[in-house]
Design a protein around this ligand. Structure first.
Ligand SMILES: Nc1ncnc2c1ncn2[C@@H]1O[C@H](COP(=O)(O)OP(=O)(O)OP(=O)(O)O)[C@@H](O)[C@H]1O
Ligand SMILES: [Mg+2]
Length: 284
């Protein structure tokens, strides 16, 4: 099978020496990584990055720091500054992240109780420069594409878990632009909902070159299927042989480089990678 050819341009996310402590207890430490804009000739290709790791290793904590919801104890998080982006993706301007810059959907996918799906999406677009008619048109296109057209006038308590989930993702997408972080977007969903959210990933990825999705999951196969890059978060082993009490990035798998990204099949190489990732997780 021919490997997908691609190129990498400027960075859309730069994380340097990040650490975060709660009440003097270090939760995550020594976290540095960069996400580059990936370009594929002939198609719009966003970035999809998965974070996997055992429970309590710091994935959600890392996400709160990446989205600006939590001030890190050390280090910096910089994301692309769309306001200054002039289309030259070899030189993408960056800015320190602030709360609200990044769409963040936590596992509870909280929605406004008193707003219908359509009302919530209009509210999400309140800061947009589009006219009311343009907003309505855009929302309608999304409602159709995300399978929410039939429930557009329903309130959160009248939605299924998967419909709530997709509304929450869409809300973040419409309000925050090109960067979205999803904490365990697949947990608790049925096979059909999982397919819808997978489709949502592809929609996000295909709609703007700089669109970047970061997500966490306990489903390693799903991470491999969807992501073009996977980070394993875990407790590092100290020189004493014991595991440290803080989380950090232990391994990075670049599926593009390995020729495993954007694949239509899950082959033996994907299976071998799943095994390697699980082994790394179990040891941390
Ligand atoms: N607000 C907080 N105050 C103190 N400790 C916290 C706080 N939030 C999280 N922690 C601790 O930080 C560690 C990492 O938690 P975190 O939620 O980031 O893990 P996780 O990798 O997302 O786990 P899971 O896979 O179960 O969601 C845990 O030991 C947790 O108890
Ligand atoms: Mg978590």
């Amino acid at each position: 099978m021919a490997k997908s050819s691609y190129e990498q341009r400027g960075s859309v996310l730069e994380v340097e020496n990040l650490s975060l402590s709660y009440d003097g207890k270090t939760i995550i430490k020594d976290i540095s990584f960069t996400v580059l804009d990936t370009v594929k000739v002939g198609s719009t290709q966003g970035q999809t990055v998965a974070f996997v790791g055992r429970s309590g290793r710091g994935k959600s904590t890392l996400f709160r720091a990446l989205s600006g919801l939590e001030q890190p104890s050390t280090g910096t998080v910089k994301i692309c500054d769309m306001g200054k982006f002039n289309g030259d993706n070899a030189h993408i301007p960056l800015k320190p992240v602030h709360e609200g810059d990044v769409g963040f959907v936590d596992q509870k996918y909280t929605l406004f109780r008193h707003k219908t799906v359509t009302q919530a999406l209009h509210f999400a677009m309140r800061k947009s420069n589009l006219s009311e008619q343009e907003k309505t048109d855009k929302i309608n296109v999304h409602l159709e594409a995300w399978g929410l057209k039939n429930v557009r006038n329903q309130y959160p308590n009248e939605l299924s878990g998967g419909q709530r989930q997709r509304t929450a993702i869409l809300e973040q997408l419409l309000s925050s632009g090109n960067f979205i972080i999803l904490d365990e977007p697949f947990s608790g969903l049925d096979v059909g909902n999982i397919e819808s959210v997978k489709k949502a990933f592809n929609l996000i990825n295909g709609s703007h070159e700089l669109n970047t999705v970061l997500f966490s999951t306990h489903d390693i196969e799903l991470a491999i299927e969807l992501a073009d890059s996977i980070y394993v978060v875990g407790h590092p082993r100290l020189s004493s042989g014991e595991l440290a009490a803080h989380g950090t990035i232990l391994k990075h798998f670049d599926l593009k480089e390995m020729g495993l990204a954007w694949s239509t099949e899950f082959n033996g190489e994907h299976q071998a990678l799943a095994k390697e990732i699980k082994t790394a997780m179990l040891a941390s």
